[in-house]
Design a protein around this ligand. Structure first.
Ligand SMILES: Cc1cc2nc3c(=O)[nH]c(=O)nc-3n(C[C@H](O)[C@H](O)[C@H](O)COP(=O)(O)O)c2cc1C
Ligand code: SF4
Ligand code: SF4
Length: 264
């Protein structure tokens, strides 16, 4: 029985989780969620998606994927929503979206890893990060067992107040995410290497006069800010004082490969 695991990531947390899960499932191939504009057929018996929670909901990249996905009616579908402690109603949103396409989410799990939302602060002390990695690894092992048994369960969710309040904020902000890149700016550490342009999964960063320029179709994955080797990309006023983050076992080439998948 073949499993296809689709992953979307900004800083590698979701990719690391997908790889850990693939090791447990044994028959799983990990692929990046492609940028789709047409139908996408997947033949596997089990299909999983691993992605980061963005603004208490699904990233647009994931919505686009589900909207174009076609699977066999008997396909077993599972999802892992990687987050920094507030999954809120993200997996319920996914479940509802899938139902509109005739797809059924059998299990949906929340996995907590360090935060990559640098505008609100760094990823936390190294010891805390390491604890989160260990806990996530154990959790993935247990999750794999439920997937191999093809169990059906209620999707993980946050407390009711979060699901109501944060889902409302998600809905209110969703359409402006593309233009949230207006807050990016580059400081004088930039050496014009172009990596920020190459890692972007949305082809949203163009080098103009040897400096990055953002094109207002941003997905807010923060890959550009986090993978800049000079830490020259800032977002708003506070990011200069916070450390950058990416998962320690994920390398720049992985994120470049994701962007290449999206460029087709
Ligand atoms: C724009 C943005 C919004 C985020 N919103 C949430 C959120 O609502 N809840 C949460 O727990 N974490 C949130 N995070 C943190 C990420 O979900 C978390 O760090 C995740 O592990 C990143 O995964 P990745 O490395 O695969 O991109 C957000 C991160 C970004 C960049
Ligand atoms: S990755 Fe950083 S140093 Fe390289 S071009 Fe972009 S902003 Fe400049
Ligand atoms: S511009 Fe930066 S934050 Fe926006 S989608 Fe591209 S890499 Fe992600």
């Amino acid at each position: 029985m073949a499993t296809k695991l689709y992953v979307y990531t900004g800083t590698g947390n979701s990719l690391w989780i997908a790889r850990q899960l693939a090791l447990e499932l044994k028959d799983a191939a990990v692929e990046f969620v492609p940028n789709l504009s047409g139908d996408f057929n997947v033949e596997a018996d089990r299909v999983g998606i691993v992605f980061p929670v963005h603004i208490w909901g699904l990233p647009s990249h994931v919505i686009q994927f589900i909207n174009h996905l076609h699977v066999k009616p008997e396909t077993y579908f599972f999802a892992l929503a990687v987050n920094a402690g507030q999954v809120a109603a993200t997996l319920l949103q996914l479940k509802k979206l899938m139902l509109t396409r005739g797809l059924f989410l059998a299990v949906g799990y929340s996995i907590v890893l360090p935060s990559n939302y640098t505008p609100w602060g760094g990823p936390g002390p190294v010891e805390t990060q390491q604890r989160l990695f260990r806990e996530a690894q154990e959790r993935v092992k247990a999750i794999a067992v439920t997937i191999l048994r093809q169990e059906r369960k209620k999707a993980d969710r946050g407390p009711l107040w979060q699901n109501i309040l944060f889902s409302w904020i998600y809905k209110m902000s969703f359409r402006s995410v593309r233009k949230m890149d207006k807050k990016f700016w580059v400081d004088d550490k930039c050496n014009s290497c172009g990596i920020c342009s190459k890692v972007c999964p949305a082809s949203n960063v163009e080098m103009i006069n040897e400096k990055p320029s953002w094109l207002h179709r941003c997905e807010q994955c923060l890959a550009c800010l986090q993978w800049c080797p000079q830490e020259a990309i800032q977002y708003g006023k506070k990011t200069a004082k916070y450390p950058r983050y990416h998962h320690p076992e994920v390398i720049l080439k992985d994120i470049l490969d994701q962007a290449k998948t999206n460029k087709g």
